[in-house]
Design a protein around this ligand. Structure first.
Ligand code: ZX7
Length: 436
């Protein structure tokens, strides 16, 4: 490391985060007013040359709109007229159905233990009472301090409160051509000291006002803040941890300091020793996309499997919900969240507070996942109980006291486990084995 390379703290990921397992991501912002991107079904892909002109992330609307001939450019003109800019939409944003307390009560009821709303996304529109710009939800549109209301509502609902911040991209204060490729993504961004100070001061406002339990930065941080000195990232982290001793950050700051690692619409192949977080939308977008319908969304059973698989691999699931511009929550998304919450409410000890076993699944055979409770009890989670009986692996044969939630389990001498009829309709069934 060069002589001016700052020293970063080496901090463990706090237990509250590792025990929490399930958080709700909320991408809500100016882009939610337009709320449109070309819809994409699970498994559908586009050729790499259309990756940005047909970006499936509706929160990228401001960039996609600027790509000549993109479906978003056509949608924008037909919806808002040739003379309306993206930033003009700020004054059309009324958020008349925005109910922060209702949101947080719902997320808590669905089993989330933390929530991470967007404070500023790539469009540069700030959702808090900032002194750094007039491009904010306090000065324009809703005329509300969205972040403050969400922080209060989250903590009243017993949730830990984190904040998403777009550290690399701020299209309100940058003047590049639209991002049309991965190369553009790395070059059409500001790294100058003035921008670095701007980002430093914005995050300092958020940290000092709300003490977020999670600082979830996206993509990267301005390069000029990565050396020692005023407004450096090292100073920002030091300030953050002074104010929030149990605070945790993710891995998208572009410096050798991270808390939990992140995977986006991806999972880990095995069980890493480090804490990590899987994040995705319920459909193909984080921001609200009115072009998505039920067929574009992950179904509730897949959602339970995603959570269980992620936790078995030492990860958390940060599942995104996309509020409409008016602040209402898409009913199809809420239905899936509630279904996940019902399973979690019936099987809390299979997830919360657990740690991985020495393997997360079996290489072949029945789709099982494993988690270990603090007292050493092993949760054997059958992901497809409708499929019926399964064989316990050899290293679990003979362990006494096998139980389903309500009663002793019937296990044959060859390890065949009979799944009770009453459990076969569930997205997953949990067999517990007391500590051996
Ligand atoms: C949550 C999501 N993040 C996107 C940027 N993605 C990344 O910076 C990123 C993806 C990813 C996957 C694996 C490991 C690191 C990663 N960073 C944003 O461009 C989206 O609008 C949205 O906010």
């Amino acid at each position: 490391l060069g002589e001016d390379a700052p020293r970063y703290p080496d901090r463990p990921v706090p237990d509250w985060y590792r025990d929490a397992k399930f958080g709700v991501f909320v991408h809500w912002g100016l882009y939610s007013v337009a709320g449109w991107a070309p819809p994409r079904r699970p498994g559908e892909d586009v050729p790499v040359e259309l990756e940005y002109s047909h970006h499936q992330y509706a929160e990228w609307y401001a960039n996609t709109l600027r790509i000549p001939g993109s479906p978003t450019a056509a949608y924008h003109e037909s919806s808002f007229g040739v003379g309306t800019s993206y930033e003009d939409l700020a004054d059309a944003w009324t958020a008349e159905r925005y109910d922060p307390d209702g949101w947080m009560r719902l997320f808590a009821a669905c089993g989330a233990r933390y929530v991470v709303p967007t404070a500023k996304h790539h469009d540069g529109f700030c959702l808090w009472d900032t002194a750094t710009t007039g491009f904010s939800s306090v000065h324009r549109g809703p005329r509300r301090d969205v972040v403050a209301e969400l922080a209060g509502a989250a903590r009243s609902a017993g949730l830990r409160f984190g904040l998403y911040y777009s550290g690399a991209l701020d299209w309100h204060v940058s003047h590049f051509p639209p991002i049309r490729s991965l190369t553009d993504l790395f070059t059409h961004r500001r790294n100058d000291p003035a921008f670095a100070r701007h980002c430093f001061e914005q995050v300092r406002e958020l940290v000092e006002a709300h003490r977020p339990d999670v600082l979830w930065n996206d993509i990267d941080w301005p390069d000029s803040a990565k050396a020692a000195g005023p407004y450096s990232l090292a100073e920002l982290f030091e300030h953050y941890y002074d104010l929030v001793p149990e605070g945790v950050v993710n891995d998208r700051w572009g410096v050798p300091h991270l808390g939990f690692r992140t995977r986006e619409y991806r999972t880990e192949t095995g069980t890493p020793a480090w804490a990590w977080e899987a994040t995705r939308g319920l459909g193909a977008s984080f921001g609200y996309n009115r072009a998505e319908d039920d067929t574009h969304l992950i179904d509730a059973t897949e959602l339970v499997h995603l959570l269980v698989d992620t936790v078995a691999k030492n990860g958390n699931l940060l599942l995104n919900i996309s509020p409409r511009g008016d602040g209402s929550l898409p009913e199809a998304q809420v239905a899936r969240l509630r279904e996940l919450g019902r399973w979690l409410a019936a099987h809390p000890d299979a997830v919360y507070g657990t740690r991985p076993w020495h393997r997360h699944a079996e290489p072949v055979g029945a789709p099982l996942r494993y988690t270990v409770r603090p007292d050493g009890t092993l949760n054997v989670i059958a992901l497809d109980p409708a499929h019926g009986d399964f064989r316990l692996p050899a290293d679990l044969l003979g362990r006494p006291g096998a139980h389903w939630g309500e009663g002793a389990a019937e296990i044959g001498p060859d390890g065949t486990v009979v799944i009770p009829e009453a459990l076969r309709h569930l997205p997953a069934a949990v067999l517990t084995l007391p500590p051996s």
